[in-house]
Design a protein around this ligand. Sequence first.
Ligand SMILES: N[C@@H](CCC(=O)N[C@@H](CS)C(=O)NCC(=O)O)C(=O)O
Length: 222
Amino acid sequence: MTSKKVVELFYDVASPYSWLGFEVICRYKNMWNIDLKFRPAFLGAVMKGSGNKSPTMVQKKVLYMDKDLNRLRDYFNVPMQHPADPIGVIFKKGSLSAMRFLTAVQEREGGNTKAEQVSRELFLRIWNEDKDITEPGSLSEAAVKAGLSESEIKELLELYTSPKMKDKLRSTTQDALDYGAFGLPLLVCHVNSKAEVFFGSDRFELMAHCIGEKWLGPQPEK
Ligand SMILES: N[C@@H](CCC(=O)N[C@@H](CS)C(=O)NCC(=O)O)C(=O)O
């Protein structure tokens, strides 16, 4: 049996395209011979660190993205709805607490299962239910829906604001920048000791080609 290729997914729940990339790679994680590693990162710091500017600074990009995301919702079968105030949600409230919380979930678990469930609940809160993701009560609601126990959640609420989790999120974000990130999602495939880096949720076909796997579209089981 050939060894599994490591694929890292850098994502932020404030990024709708990250949600699309996240759901697609989750659908393929057991179909492809890959070892998927979630890398919760902070988009604001990726933008700043790379000298990029948010696409929302350009009115025509905003109008295009609005249409693009509506089309992609059906194509990817991801239940995305725009929040009433996207700028307030993404920039004023932001995702720093949520990404620290996810960092803590992953650190505590040492694996992917709970991180996957809590990530999905946070994506749903912001991009489907138009609900807060900044307050401890909101993070805890997402964790309850993801099936975490009361005692796990209590521990996570103590852990996520710790210097250790802040440093961990910072270093993951730095890893993304070191791979050349200027936005998210970022997929990094390790092939023959080389890192192949893909930006966006629209590069899976090429990525599959590079790792020698078959691309069956964003809904492979349909
Ligand atoms: N074409 C990509 C676009 C991804 C994208 O626009 N991501 C945003 C965050 S939601 C970003 O980081 N943009 C930076 C840029 O476009 O320079 C896709 O379909 O996934």
